[in-house]
Ligand binder design. Structure first.
Ligand code: NI
Ligand code: MN
Length: 225
């Protein structure tokens, strides 16, 4: 399976049998993404929360590709009100889709929709596809239950924010890596805007000092996972 990083919190997973799943596809208004929404396709779109830099172009892509959006209940209702199809879930729940398993976790953050309405609770998401487990934390501060999440789910790839201000910064993110204990940590949610400027190489260095692996994905890069 392939993992592509667009920048910010936006990723694309392509399964071994060709299904495409986007996570938080913030592309058209994302100054660091060279890939725009018209360039991608999706069978499913997973949203961690309702903020504009995470919903991004989900509705546009969903309407063009007839993709199902997977997210928490309140956000799913918001999606449906925009005329797209959504599969609603809640935190702590998992579901087996045709491409693999999706489970939502807690995240400490907000989740107001771009229109100012309640978007439900923000979430992280654990994907198990083709025997690989990816934990995309969404936007969150550090929380100790990450240790339990790591123990219960055996994370291969941990995608976590390092940009500070709205989420964990580098120091807390390094502690998050320690708690989750993934095979590989991949930093996200940094350098999109001046307020979340962070040096991924510093994060990598500190993660490696723990004896853990870090892979900095370049914006637009695709890797085999
Ligand atoms: Ni957010
Ligand atoms: Mn965000």
């Amino acid at each position: 399976m392939k993992l592509r990083y667009f920048s910010h919190s936006a990723f694309e997973v392509t399964t071994n049998n060709g299904k495409v799943i986007l996570i938080d596809p913030f592309l058209d208004d994302n100054p660091t993404s060279t890939v725009k929404s018209i360039d991608v396709k999706a069978d499913y779109i997973i949203l961690t929360h309702a903020h504009g830099d995470h919903i991004g172009d989900a509705f546009k892509i969903s309407k063009r590709c007839n993709s199902t959006i997977i997210c928490t209940y309140e956000l799913a209702n918001y999606c449906k009100s925009k005329g797209v199809s959504a599969h609603d879930m809640s935190i702590g729940g998992g579901h087996n889709f045709e491409f693999g398993r999706v489970k939502f976790t807690i995240a400490f953050h907000g989740s107001q929709t771009p229109e100012g309405t309640y978007g439900g609770q923000p979430a992280g998401v654990i994907l198990t596809i083709d025997n690989v487990t990816i934990y995309h934390t969404g936007d969150t501060g550090l929380f100790y239950d990450m240790k339990l999440i790591g123990e219960l789910n055996k994370i291969d790839y941990l995608l976590l924010p390092i940009g500070d201000n709205y989420t964990m910064g580098i120091n807390d993110a390094v502690r998050a890596v320690e708690l989750v204990n993934p095979k590989i940590a991949i930093p996200m949610h940094y350098n999109t805007f001046p307020v979340i400027k962070a040096d991924p190489n510093l994060f990598k260095k500190e993660v490696e000092q723990l004896g853990k692996n870090c892979r900095i994905m370049q914006f637009g890069e695709s890797i085999e996972v």
